[in-house]
Design a binder for this molecule. Structure first.
Ligand code: SAM
Ligand code: SF4
Length: 351
C-alpha cells in the first residue's frame, strides 16, 4: 500500500493541456474551474470567529491520505479545473504536506493547471516559502487581522504575530506575490483597517477584507462580531479615493484601486451582496466531501468512489453528478437568536 510519503512526481502527467481541457459546467452554465481543497481541519491557531478553543477535530483515520488528495485533485484537473487552492484548517501543519504540493506541481509543468496556491495563517511560511516557490506556487494568501501583537494574540488565541510576519517576509524573499486576508470584526480591528491597508499597499501586497460568515458554532454570539463592509468602505472613502476596477477572480471578492496608495483592496461581502452568479468554484474537505456551495449543506461524498477502485472512473462520475447539483446560490443569514446558518466550520470546508 502506498504511504503519504510515497507520492511524488512519478505519476504520469495529465494528458489534457489547456487547449483540449474539458470543462465541468453546472446547470446554470457556470464552468467550474476553481477547486479549494482543505487538507486538514486542524490548526495551530484558534481564531475567535473560526473555532472555539476546545474545538473537536476529526479522527485522523477519517482523513484522506495525501495520495488520495492528490488523486482527487488530479481528477478535477483532468476534468477542467485550472486553479487549485490548498487550504484548511492550517494546510501547512499537515504532516508531509509538501509532498502533496510537489505532486500537484506536475500539473503546472504540463500546463493542465494554471495556478497552485494556498491560504495560510503564515505560522509555518518561514519554513516552507522557498520550497513552495520552487514547486511553482506563485501567490499566497496570508490571514492577518491586525498588526497589534496583543490583539493578534487575542483574536487567534494561540498565534504569534512576529512569527507570521517573518513568514510573510520569507514568502516575499522567495518571490511569492502576497495577499493579506483580514476578517473585519466589530470593535476589534475596525479602527485599524486603514493602517492595515496602508501597511499592505506600502509593501506591494493586496488586502482583502472579509465579513464574518455564520459557519459553525464558535461559542460566541456572531452578531457581536459582524461588521458590514459597506460601513468600512464608507469610512475609507472619507480619506481615500476608491476606484472601481473590473478585476475579478470568479469568487466573491469585488476589488477597488486605492488612488492614494496605488494598491488593490478586495471586499468579500457574502452578507450584503450576492456573488453567486459568477461562481466558478467548489470546495472539498479533508474527508473527501464535496460542497458545491459554501453557503449550502448539500454535499457529495467523493471518498467512497475514490476508495472503491484504483481507477478514476467512479470518482469522475461522482464529480460530474455532483456538479450537476450545484445550487444557484447561498442563503446566509446571521440571526440574532438562532445558531449558525451552516453548521460546519470554515476550517472544515476551507476558506
Ligand atoms: N488557516 C488558514 C488561514 O487562516 O488563512 C486557512 C483556512 S481559514 C478557514 C481561511 C480564511 O477563512 C481565513 O482568512 C479566515 O480568516 C477566514 N475565516 C475563518 N472563519 C471565518 C468566518 N466564520 N467568517 C469569515 N471568514 C472566516
Ligand atoms: Fe486556524 Fe485559519 Fe481558522 Fe484561524 S482562521 S483558526 S488560522 S483555520
Amino acid at each position: 500500500m502506498l504511504r503519504d510519503a510515497d507520492i511524488g512526481p512519478g505519476r504520469p502527467p495529465v494528458p489534457n493541456g489547456p487547449a483540449t481541457a474539458p470543462s465541468l459546467v453546472d446547470p446554470f452554465g457556470r464552468s467550474i474551474t476553481y477547486l479549494r481543497v482543505s487538507v486538514t481541519d486542524r490548526c495551530d491557531f484558534r481564531c475567535v470567529y473560526c473555532m472555539s478553543e476546545d474545538m473537536a477535530f476529526l479522527p485522523k483515520r477519517d482523513l484522506l491520505s495525501l495520495e488520495e488528495l492528490d488523486r482527487l485533485c488530479s481528477a478535477f484537473v483532468t476534468q477542467g479545473v485550472r486553479k487549485l487552492r490548498i487550504t484548511g484548517g492550517e494546510p501547512l501543519v499537515r504532516k508531509n504536506v509538501m509532498s502533496l504540493f510537489r505532486a500537484l506541481g506536475r500539473h503546472l509543468e504540463t500546463g493542465a493547471l494554471e495556478e497552485l496556491t494556498l491560504t495560510t495563517n503564515g505560522s509555518q511560511l518561514g519554513k516552507y516559502a522557498a520550497e513552495l516557490a520552487d514547486i511553482g506556487v506563485r501567490r499566497v494568501n496570508v490571514s492577518i487581522d491586525t498588526l497589534d501583537r496583543d490583539k493578534f494574540r487575542a483574536i487567534t488565541r494561540w498565534g504569534d504575530l512576529d512569527r507570521v510576519l517573518e513568514g510573510v517576509a520569507a514568502a516575499e524573499a522567495a518571490g511569492l506575490k502576497i495577499k493579506i486576508n483580514a476578517v473585519a470584526l466589530k470593535d476589534v480591528n475596525e479602527h485599524e483597517i486603514e493602517h492595515l491597508m496602508t501597511w499592505c499597499h506600502g509593501r506591494g501586497y493586496d488586502l482583502t477584507l472579509i465579513e464574518t460568515m455564520p459557519l459553525g458554532e464558535i461559542g460566541d454570539d456572531r452578531t457581536d462580531q459582524y461588521l458590514p463592509l459597506n460601513t468600512v468602505r464608507a469610512r475609507l472613502a472619507e480619506r481615500f479615493t476608491l476606484e472601481e476596477i473590473p478585476y475579478r477572480t470568479g469568487g466573491p471578492a469585488r476589488y477597488v484601486r486605492v488612488a492614494e496608495t496605488g494598491g488593490r483592496l478586495g471586499l468579500i461581502t457574502p452578507m450584503t451582496h450576492n456573488f453567486c452568479e459568477s461562481c466558478n468554484r467548489v470546495r472539498v474537505t479533508c474527508t473527501g466531501t464535496l460542497y458545491m456551495c459554501l453557503g449550502q449543506e448539500d454535499a457529495a461524498d467523493l471518498r467512497a468512489p475514490l476508495r472503491a477502485s484504483e481507477g478514476d472512473d467512479l470518482l469522475n462520475a461522482a464529480i460530474t453528478a455532483a456538479i450537476a447539483r450545484k445550487p444557484k446560490g447561498h442563503d446566509f443569514v446571521i440571526a440574532r437568536a438562532g445558531g449558525p446558518s451552516v453548521s460546519r466550520h470554515m476550517s472544515v470546508t476551507g476558506g
